[in-house]
Ligand binder design. Structure first.
Ligand SMILES: [Zn+2]
Length: 479
């Protein structure tokens, strides 16, 4: 039995469940602080890098064979060019986008799925809009556990592709589903305390990499508040174990300004859908109180930023340091310039920015950048804007799936109810061509005229397959 502390009412619940909640009030729980491990710096230095290097600090149960994809051990990069821009001479970036599925979530997934496999769980269900689902899907695949992921319409296409590629069953969801208690079924949300235990290792790595000394400041996106709270827990655990000194280490928590917070609160859901910052939308603030406590204890501060600044920061980070982060991750960079201006950090201080996730799978962010810069290599599928596929284009894709066809022929195959001109069919084809969903074949002569038949590309048939799965899952085709 593991003791868990409720983040709301502080009640201690003892349970073996892998998805525990507070036994008194039903709120999220964290593993209760126990006696620290006795392990030396030397012993830890001798172990290979990665999440499992810190096994001694992970829950007792996590001693079986681990389900691992090589997560953690991400680089702590010196960011000189970005530091110059921001006026910081000792800026470092903890690049979590290097994890197996592109986000820090993999640190938690390896811990949770290792336990799930040991307990012979058969199925893992998760409600998510993004990175968590992609990460769990990958680790479920590795563990041989069925993954069922409930997504909402804001889910990034890149992350959907990821989940489907890892073989997860993706279902549509517009709200929380009933939680079914079952020993074989694991119900996972971002509040799972075992996920959080894994996320703690970000902090261990930063301190160890800096020669067992915490930096002056760590800048972290707030999100659910979980990762930030856990980074603070890692530092306090290292201090208690005598592995890190008690020098000041301020946590700077980054959150998005009120315009977005309001939208993410659910009241203005349409607005939320237009702010394509998936990880922030996903962020149910389960651990906001814990995070606020950690910020206060550390002598840090909460810094607000705006979505516009985040998008600019994404570009700045990529162009100065070669790191392409999700906009929600680049929020740390956006916030930092304000922090320097306001004197929260001094020029010579050692500052670590935690970049939590990769930008490549955030297709909306990618297309936004592509539109802005117009310099992305032509032919790179990610450079394409998020496909806007209406019913007509979908019908054309379905027709081309059966056989290649030219415009006039497609117009006739569409049937009279569509009533499109041939010119407009060609316009749709040109747009689908831009999206690299169709391509031209060599021209043929038909009815005395030269015709250019179109055929479906791999991308086009992938799109139809996913659209079909989503439709079957009760969700309309992405638009
Ligand atoms: Zn409680």
């Amino acid at each position: 039995m593991q003791p868990f502390r409720c983040v709301k009412c502080s009640n201690i619940t003892e349970t073996d469940a892998l998805d525990p909640l507070c036994g008194r009030c039903g709120a999220a729980v964290l593993l209760a602080d126990g006696a620290g491990p006795s392990v030396s710096r030397g012993e830890l230095d001798d172990l290979p890098p990665g999440v499992w290097r810190y096994r001694a600090f992970l829950p007792d149960a996590a001693f079986g064979e681990s389900v691992t994809l090589g997560e953690g051990g991400t680089p702590l990069l010196r960011a000189e060019r970005l530091g110059d821009e921001l006026g910081l001479s000792n800026l470092l970036i903890k690049d979590e986008s290097r994890n197996p599925t592109g986000s820090f979530m993999d640190r938690g997934s390896t811990v949770l799925l290792s336990l799930a496999k040991e307990r012979r769980a058969k199925e893992c269900t998760c409600v998510t809009t993004g990175n968590l689902g992609a990460s769990l899907a990958a680790y479920c695949a590795k563990a041989g556990i069925r993954a069922r992921i409930r997504v909402n319409p804001n889910t990034d296409q890149g992350k959907l592709y990821q989940m489907l590629a890892y073989g997860a069953e993706v279902e549509a969801s517009s709200g929380p589903a009933a939680r079914r208690r079952d020993a074989n079924r694991l119900w996972v949300s971002a509040a799972n305390p075992y996920l959080l235990e894994g996320e703690k290792t970000t902090g261990f790595e930063v301190v160890q990499e800096l020669g067992w000394k915490a930096p002056d400041a760590i800048v972290v996106p707030v999100g659910t508040g979980g990762h930030l709270s856990m980074i603070w827990r890692s530092i306090t655990q290292l201090r208690r174990a005598g592995l890190a000194d008690a020098s000041e280490c301020r946590l700077l928590a980054v959150q998005v300004g009120k315009n977005v917070t309001k939208a993410a609160g659910g009241r203005a859901s349409v607005q939320a859908a237009q702010v394509p910052l998936a990880e922030l939308e996903e962020s149910e603030p389960f651990f906001r109180d814990e995070a606020a406590k950690a910020v206060k204890e550390s002598g840090g501060a909460t810094i607000e930023t705006t979505t516009a600044d985040m998008v600019n920061a994404t570009t700045l980070l990529a162009r100065t340091e070669g790191i392409f982060a999700e906009p929600s991750s680049a929020s740390v960079v956006a916030a930092l310039s304000g922090a320097v201006r306001r004197g929260y950090v001094r020029r010579s201080e050692t500052v670590v920015c935690v970049v939590t996730g990769a930008g490549l799978k955030d297709t909306k962010a990618v297309s936004r950048l592509a539109r802005e810069t117009r310099r992305v290599a032509f032919g790179e599928p990610y450079a394409m804007p998020t496909p806007r596929i209406g019913q007509t284009k979908l019908a054309l894709l379905h027709l081309l799936q059966t056989r290649p066809s030219y415009g006039y022929e497609l117009r006739n195959r569409l049937g009279p109810e569509k009533r499109l001109s041939t010119a407009s069919v060609y316009q749709h084809l040109a747009e689908l061509e831009d999206l690299m969903m169709v391509r031209r074949r060599v021209s043929v002569v038909a009815k005395g005229r030269e015709r250019i038949p179109y055929e479906l590309t791999r991308r086009g048939s992938d799109f139809l397959r996913i659209a079909g799965r989503l439709e079957r899952a009760g969700r309309s085709v992405p638009s």
